[in-house]
Design a protein around this ligand. Structure first.
Ligand SMILES: [Fe+2]
Ligand SMILES: [Fe+2]
Length: 309
């Protein structure tokens, strides 16, 4: 093995999904705790159902309503854990992404902003960890997170800015606002509410920088390919809810899945989410990108039967 291949083998991933945690007794833990802003520590991980059945629209689902209380609580737990771990991985990736953008900054002020944003994402990560049960999260098979982990490795700044800060940070803002509003735990709800100010700065910085840059045809093509994959994930509705139900109730037939998606009013919900994404992408210098995605039908929600492949 030559030196070059050895170096590429150990090249650290920006996303950092596989980074392990130190043991609770490690001295660095105490230094980190002292460095982080003080927040209330939540230690009751017995009940992680911070979002209820209404939040997931599970009360409209017959198979859920007919389940006993234990099964209902188990389904809710899986759905909640999936929301929590998604936020954990997003914030974990956010720390690496913002640090990468410090290095890619072209002015002192841009470098300073990304330095501050790295600290924002670090604080968010710690706050999510405080509400996570003690499970070691070092890998994921979530398609959205896998897509995210590929995008952050890109060296094309226009791709990074548009996909991650204009679209996904903008999307994150709506997502966290909704999580904060419906969170059953008042402390966690307030913490999530406090994410919004930082996330809106991340989004505004991305939009401002992106609009100052010229986008090459090849970057545009890459952005369209990535966003097409992301939009498809929204078009096909809440597949995670189907998985949560299946894990408790056993394998679902195609007909049952379609019925659940109908009860969840999937087409309407996806339509609303796609409209939000459309408005996030609707900025002057992204005209071509938006038009291409519209023409290819990526903003059309799919019917329940189309969501089941
Ligand atoms: Fe964040
Ligand atoms: Fe952010």
């Amino acid at each position: 093995m030559n030196l070059k291949s050895k170096i590429s083998d150990i090249k650290p991933k920006v996303v950092g999904f596989n980074l392990p945690h130190l043991s609770a007794e490690n001295r660095l833990q105490r230094i980190l705790t002292a460095a982080l802003p003080k927040t209330s520590k939540y230690t009751n991980h017995e009940n992680i159902n911070y979002w209820n059945a209404d939040f997931f629209n599970l009360n409209q689902v017959e198979i859920f309503q007919e389940s006993d209380i234990n099964e209902q609580s188990k389904i809710l737990e899986i759905a909640n854990l999936s929301l929590l771990s998604e936020s954990y991985f997003i914030e974990k990736a956010g720390v690496g992404y913002m640090a990468k953008m410090v290095l890619l900054a072209e002015t002192v002020e841009e470098r300073m902003l990304y330095g501050m944003f790295t600290a924002d994402e670090t604080t968010h990560l710690q706050q999510i960890i405080n509400f996570l049960p003690n499970t070691e999260l070092t890998n994921t098979d979530d398609p959205f997170l896998n897509l995210l982990s590929e995008v952050v490795e890109s060296d094309d700044k226009t791709v990074l800015l548009f996909v991650l800060q204009v679209v996904l940070e903008g999307w994150g803002l709506t997502h966290y606002r909704r999580l904060a509003k419906h969170c059953q735990n008042p402390i966690f709800s307030e913490i999530l509410q406090n994410f919004l100010q930082a996330e809106s700065r991340h989004h505004a910085t991305g939009t401002t920088l992106f609009q100052e840059m010229s986008i090459s045809a090849s970057s545009e093509k890459i952005i369209i390919e990535i966003l097409a994959q992301f939009l498809l994930m929204i078009q096909i509705g809440p597949q995670g809810i189907l998985t949560a139900i299946e894990q408790v109730k056993g394998e679902l037939t195609k007909v049952q899945k379609i019925q659940i998606l109908e009860e969840l009013d999937t087409e309407n919900h996806s339509g609303t989410r796609l409209k939000i994404l459309h408005s996030l992408m609707n900025i002057p210098s992204a005209n071509n990108i938006l038009q291409t995605l519209v023409e290819k039908g990526y903003f059309q929600p799919l019917s329940p039967s189309q969501c089941i492949l």
